[in-house]
Design a binder for this molecule. Structure first.
Ligand code: ATP
Ligand code: MG
Length: 435
């Protein structure tokens, strides 16, 4: 990967990069916010990922279709956001308790947070939060490369604030935590560290790796929802298999679930999934592939531990259920309608996962046929037209529609006229059978 880095420039003022990379409309808004804050003696900073990515010189690193920015306010973020919302089109979502507010615009989101100090009562618990300085706010962050800020105040607009040598770590391409208890305070950082390491082609700094390994058991202190959220973030990365492989190498994966594997099989299948599906559809497909070698008990434990949504749970269970039925599909004599009726009860993503996971075979071909063709087959005759042919609504019509659909799947009817003929030929028989 080629990086165009800014960090060798002497003056650490990033005004030019801000102008270059942040969309104009968003920038005007950010300046307006900063101006309003200044009137009340408050200061506003850009923080977190955007600072890191500006220094790396690659705005495309701001993932997703929306451009989201994090701002820290030395003052009262909620009050400031309320004022801004009154004079703009933004939708405001305020959390008074946490001193944070979200301003949602059509194409971007601004997260404003009051600069805060955090203390952890016990590992894995949510922290106790009190107002603090920018430096307090930066030291509570996960890694040095995410613990930098850029001033938006008029008198030092663009100035980099880097109290924990984040820029130096960017130069040396390393992920480093800010204090030895960082992973035990919040073990989701274990997953985050590896995600950034693999995304940016960096390396975990030596002591960070040691502490990460020491604190792997602390993952047990994290709620299922928070770990699932981190897994979802991993699966939204461009190459999640790198992250999974590295987690396996570090011994993290079994702590998440003993059956999870980070081997070459996953890498190959994820790669195939990417060639078939759009990015938005990938995470659920990846989840189904991740659990492909799980036992029934393993999957139930996984679904419960991570509080997986009902829809995704259904897809993941279907994946394994279908896997045990693949032999039924492995016959060349199957008619298209038989394939259709064998597969229609499964979630499409589960069928897709099986198509990707299975080796070339008749079953594989039938799965593909269903996905690319059979599931879209419809009969041109609908209920209204059948009524006009004298077929009454109710079970009779249901039967006719089913026979028509089957005939269409098997290529026995091609035109609308063929279908009408078949429908009329069925109607008297059905009447006769029904009486
Ligand atoms: P990405 O490009 O992945 O969105 P990001 O840096 O914007 O990167 P977010 O998850 O949006 O990451 O979080 C914003 C910032 O909040 C991070 O840069 C980091 O400073 C801080 N942060 C997020 N999660 C944690 C955590 N678990 N512990 C400490 N700080 C965190
Ligand atoms: Mg972010």
């Amino acid at each position: 990967m080629q990086w165009k880095c800014w960090y060798n420039t002497d003056a650490m003022n990033l005004a030019r990069q801000i102008e270059q990379y942040i969309p104009r409309q968003l920038l005007e808004l950010v300046r307006d916010i900063s101006g309003q804050a200044a009137k009340q003696g408050q200061r506003v900073y850009l923080v977190g990922g955007v600072v890191r990515d500006l220094l790396l010189g690659d705005p495309s690193l701001r993932s997703g279709p929306r451009f989201d920015l994090d701002l820290v306010v030395e003052g009262d973020a909620v009050k400031l956001a309320q004022q801004v919302a009154e004079t703009s089109q933004a939708k405001l979502l305020a959390h008074h308790r946490f001193g944070t507010a979200k301003l949602r615009y059509d194409n971007f989101t601004l997260d404003l947070a009051t600069a805060r100090k955090e203390t952890y009562a016990k590992p894995g618990a949510l922290p106790t939060v009190t107002p603090g300085t920018l430096k307090d706010d930066l030291v509570r962050r996960d890694f040095s490369i995410n613990a930098m800020a850029i001033s938006l105040a008029l008198n030092d607009y663009g100035k980099l604030v880097d109290p924990y040598q984040g820029k130096n770590d960017l130069e040396h391409r390393r992920i480093r935590i800010l204090h030895p208890e960082s992973f035990s305070d919040d073990a989701t950082r274990i997953l985050r560290a590896v995600r950034y390491e693999q995304r940016l082609c960096f390396e975990l700094e030596a002591q960070t790796v040691e502490l990460l390994k020491r604190d792997i058991p602390m993952l047990d202190t994290i709620s299922g929802d928070r770990i699932r959220h981190e897994l979802e973030l991993i699966l939204k990365e461009k190459r999640p298999e790198f992250v999974i492989k590295r987690l396996a190498g570090l011994g993290v994966l079994p702590r998440i679930s003993p059956s999870l594997k980070g081997n070459g099989w996953i890498a190959e299948k994820f790669d195939r999934a990417r060639r078939l599906k759009k990015p938005a559809q990938l995470p659920s497909l990846y989840f189904c592939l991740l659990i492909y070698s799980f036992s029934e008990r393993g999957i139930e434990q996984f679904l419960a531990r991570f509080n997986i949504s009902a829809k995704l749970s259904r897809a993941m269970r279907d994946t394994l259920r279908l896997k045990t039925k693949l032999s039924l599909l492995d016959k060349s004599s199957l008619k298209p309608s038989e394939i259709y009726y064998l597969l229609r009860e499964y979630e499409p993503v589960a069928i897709q996962a099986n198509a990707i996971a299975s080796e070339p075979s008749m079953a594989h071909r039938h799965l593909q046929l269903f996905l690319t063709k059979l599931r879209y087959v419809r009969t041109p005759l609908d209920g209204e037209e059948l009524k006009r042919l004298g077929i009454s609504a109710g079970p009779e019509m249901g039967k006719v529609l089913q026979v028509l659909h089957k005939a269409k799947l098997d290529g026995e009817v091609r035109t609308k006229a063929d279908e009408k003929k078949l429908a009329l030929s069925l109607a008297p028989k059905l009447k006769w059978q029904g009486r």
